[in-house]
Design a protein around this ligand. Structure first.
Ligand SMILES: *[C@@H]1O[C@H](CO)[C@@H](O)[C@H](O)[C@H]1NC(C)=O
Length: 236
């Protein structure tokens, strides 16, 4: 009996740390600056990535540099295969294969912010969309591809595969509605993502495989902008 209870407990603990969940009503909260707290997102990748789209919402008050989405690949020579890195007050750096592509944005404000980044190896074109606004496009790493062994982390910025964190790059605040695709979203798709009517095929917030580390928490969405199509959700 005791053995069975221990096994059940172990299963519960395992399921809580290695979940697959509909996160529609939820956010990840990173409550303080650390070099440890993060969430590992488990992608469904079948072949090398030559096209990528990533969208997420973030809410933060930090005014220092911070990573929003860190994708590393199992090549120790490449630190930042695909990275969205914010330098307040008004820069977003999209790293492809370690090349920083600096995009000047409108100044950061303390509001929920919807960010989408797309990259297409065929042309090298990078698109940055913030709150539905496309900034001037950049070109980076035409012909490059991201191999299938990848590590995706939010909350910390990876300088090595699955690690190499520095608290001065960490994210503090709330993240939600994280999706990733292995193709380039059209402008119409991006509109649908913003209203939560379109989900990712590599990472899907509505069916998320993830692992929480350190102080990161799951919390309910308490406040939704009316454009988020919140009627779908019970919490807001
Ligand atoms: C962390 O980043 C800061 C600021 O960029 C830097 O001065 C420091 O050396 C870094 N620490 C480590 C352990 O890399």
């Amino acid at each position: 009996m005791r053995w069975m209870m221990l096994l059940a407990l172990a299963l519960v603990v395992l399921m809580r740390s290695q979940a697959q969940q509909d996160m529609g009503n939820q956010v990840f909260l990173f409550p303080r600056e650390t070099s440890t707290s993060h969430v590992v997102l488990k992608p469904a990748v079948k072949s090398a990535l030559q096209k990528v789209s990533v969208c997420l919402r973030s809410y933060t008050e930090i005014s220092r540099k911070h990573g929003l989405f860190s994708l590393a690949m199992s090549n120790p020579k490449v630190q930042n295969a695909f990275l969205i890195y914010i330098s307040p007050p008004n820069y977003c750096n999209v790293y492809i294969n370690d090349e920083p592509n600096q995009i000047i944005t409108d100044p950061e404000v303390i509001e929920w912010k919807h960010t989408c980044v797309t990259w297409d190896s065929t042309s090298g074109i990078i698109q940055l969309w913030v709150n539905g606004k496309l900034y001037p496009r950049k070109v980076s790493n035409k012909g490059f591809s991201i191999n299938t062994k990848i590590s995706i982390i939010v909350g910390q910025e990876q300088d090595e595969f699955g690690g190499g964190f520095n608290k001065s790059d960490s994210f503090v605040g709330e993240l939600t509605d994280i999706h990733m695709w292995d193709y380039v979203l059209s402008p119409g798709d991006i509109q649908k993502v913003m209203t939560n009517d379109y989900t990712g095929n590599v990472i899907n917030w509505r069916s998320l495989h993830f692992e929480i580390k350190g102080d990161a928490l799951i919390q309910p969405k308490l406040q939704c902008n009316k454009q988020w199509h919140y009627t779908k959700y019970t919490q807001c």
